[in-house]
Write a protein that binds this ligand. Structure first.
Ligand code: 13P
Ligand code: SF4
Length: 309
């Protein structure tokens, strides 16, 4: 089907079925442009908690759909491609995390939202990259904390909050592969550029960054800053909204550590396409389901996050 026809059909089906389309900033530009809401992981959870729509189409990865389903069990939650997983969530299997948690029984368990529902069910409070510092700061300085699964975000939060949380050794394959060498070269070429980096990046990249923040924080900074050039070390989908809000500014994606100069894209996020979005609205599948026992346990740390944000 032609792109214009696909867009018209998606709009018609959305209206007819009282559906809402939510998209993460790492989706392709055409999906972001048709979505009712575009945001980071925190915003997607907050909108899902409030929506009156009968169907939520989550254009992102599986754990984002799961979070929406945990919060809205009576709604149909669809994802355009069920194979859209997350290497970070995969780096933390629930059974191994359970052993880790059990071996530190006197610790409060803080989990990044990039986890399966089963891991959330083992968690005391969920965080996202937007609210992690704010939430960790609300615990007493001497609180014993376990943080999973992202070691880079965990290390970063330890450094900015003065904590020594015990960290799970997981990571995101996209944010870990930014090339230090290429970033240094870009800094030479654009000496006035501001370096923006997501806290899921390795420490060496964060040390070269002028601003470290969640997808939303980096977007806000780029929009509010009077600087004109930015080197962006996070998934390159965010450049769509950065450029849209700031047409007069220049955004340069920091490339990955491979032999190309290509942008750093999350292959899971990019599984979603306009065509699959249309098909999933039309057929009302693939649908996210969550085991009710797990859902009841997993909703508590998510609600706690929403209260503490
Ligand atoms: P945020 O949306 O919290 O910035 O997280 C980035 C990410 O990797 C989402 O999968
Ligand atoms: Fe997961 Fe990384 Fe992709 Fe985000 S960018 S969905 S953390 S693999």
């Amino acid at each position: 089907m032609e792109k214009e026809k696909l867009i018209a059909e998606i709009k018609r089906l959305r209206e007819e079925k009282n559906a809402v389309i939510m998209a993460h900033y790492y989706q392709t530009g055409d999906i972001q442009d048709i979505a009712d809401y575009v945001g980071d992981s925190l915003a997607l959870a907050q909108w899902a908690a409030k929506t009156n729509a009968d169907i939520i189409v989550m254009c992102g990865v599986h754990f984002m759909g799961e979070t929406a389903k945990i919060l809205c069990p009576d709604r149909k939650v669809l994802v355009p491609d069920m194979a859209a997983g997350c290497s970070l969530a995969d780096s933390c299997p629930a059974d191994a995390f359970e052993q880790f948690v059990k071996s530190h029984p006197d610790h409060t368990v803080i989990s990044y939202v990039n986890t399966t529902a089963a891991v959330k069910a083992l968690t005391d409070v969920v965080v996202t990259s937007t609210n992690a510092k704010k939430i960790v700061d609300q615990f007493p300085k001497d609180a014993k904390l376990v943080f999973g699964p992202d070691r880079n975000l965990g290390n970063y939060i330890n450094s900015v909050t003065g904590r020594s949380m015990l960290l799970w050794d997981g990571a995101c394959h996209v944010h870990e592969q930014f090339s230090l060498e290429k970033l240094l070269k870009l800094k030479e070429t654009y000496p006035n550029a501001v370096v923006l980096a997501h806290p899921e990046c390795k420490k060496q990249v964060l040390m070269l960054a002028d601003v470290v923040g969640s997808t939303q924080a980096l977007l806000n900074y780029a929009t509010e800053s009077d600087k004109k050039e930015f080197l962006v070390a996070t998934e390159s989908g965010i450049l769509h909204e950065m450029q849209k809000r700031n047409p007069e500014k220049t955004f340069i994606p920091v490339p990955p550590d491979d032999n190309t100069c290509a942008c750093n894209e999350c292959n899971f996020m990019r599984l979603n396409t306009l065509e699959k979005l249309y098909l999933c609205l039309r057929d009302e599948q693939p649908e996210i389901t969550v085991d009710e026992d797990i859902r009841i346990k997993a909703i508590k740390p998510i609600q706690r996050m929403l209260e503490m944000s």
